[in-house]
Design a protein around this ligand. Sequence first.
Ligand code: TYD
Ligand code: MG
Length: 431
Amino acid sequence: MSYRCTSCGYQSSKWMGFCPQCKVADALEEVAGPSNRRPTAAPLPLSKVGESPPERLRIGISEFDRVLGGGLVAGGVILVGGEPGVGKSTLLSQAAGNLALQGAKVLIATAEESADQVGMRAERLGIKSDDILLLAEGDVDAIIAAAEQVRPDLLIVDSIQALAAAEVSAASGSVGQVRECSARLIRFAKETGTATIVVGHITKDGSIAGPKLLEHMVDVVLYLEGETDRGYRTLHSLKNRFGATHLVGLFEMDEEGMTEVADPSAAFVADWQGSVAGTVVFPSISGKRALLVEVQALVGKPVVTPQQLRRSVRGVESARVHQLLAVLERHAMLRFSDREVYVSVVGGMRLTEPAADLAIALALASSLTNRPLGRMAAWGEVGLTGELRSVSHDGRRSEEAARLGIKTSIHADLVSRRIESALAAAGLFDD
Ligand code: TYD
Ligand code: MG
């Protein structure tokens, strides 16, 4: 007897109440057929597997290709997630346009917008090609049938939440529909070797509606992020079965769609005013690349009632900021507990590296004490006891800062591994 997860395909010899791989409840189903089946493919010696990397179809948008690990892979299924309006459809129209220029065939299935809307966007973006086929359709089987006929090099489905499979009675966007439609698209992609991009909207709290279950099923998960009111957009890889994760590509959104930003560090620090309090540069590492970002903090005047206390954090985890505030209070005698605190990463970047701790702490302390840091870069992980831990890539971080004219850097190895020493070195703490 054998069981298979209807959500992620996990195989098990015994039944369980939930799938041990994707954690979806009641998803294991008995697989019909005798358990002494013959294997359909012959097992291979491990040494013979993976000798040649998969062939890549380059999109021709280099930031996009880089984040993918070199381009599209035949049969690979990519989820492009992002909040509504961030630019997913725009970026993918441009990807289709670039691929068509190279003679590749693209099928865009739009379940959300009408064909006219997609056509008008393409026209605005200057994309015109007979190799891009449009299908306004929300039925997943109809899309697959069309793809079987067209045999595109890339199938784009926009969006998974607007799709439905006829046999599933639930509404579009429900967990059941999202799971079933994704499963069918993935099966089609694998069986035919069609590279497939699936668009998924995420809600404000960050989860792809029709939960995280999509992430388990697809090969690559990319997120497009940014502030909808501002120009910059980051595309980063959260998961990639064919390449490295946590790569970031940077785009700027304007009337001509998404343009790649050639020198993101220069773009991010272009408007940077090192002469005011509450700002410092953090050289982040994304993949193999160093990228300068500006971390800002604003600490308000003491408030009288705790109800007035606002804490707002953008671009870093707020738990991280709260921890840093506690460490600064305890080890540097800086009092934040009765003040409003705002922290933000300029340009819509999201920082996940613990290395950003020191930059956040310095920005906070600089704003509180109203002492500007000047043109300064900082990095290091701050522990609960106020220790400052060194992080990887010191050299690359310093070099990137120096390349853009920032000569002062503060990191663990320079300041005896204490937060107080780092603050003193930055001129924010008199001990
Ligand atoms: P869109 O790609 O439709 O977002 P998503 O598919 O993620 O929901 O882009 C939506 C916004 O982008 C919309 O407000 C208009 C703006 N936009 C530009 O600024 N420049 C452009 O060239 C295009 C096509 C759209
Ligand atoms: Mg869209």
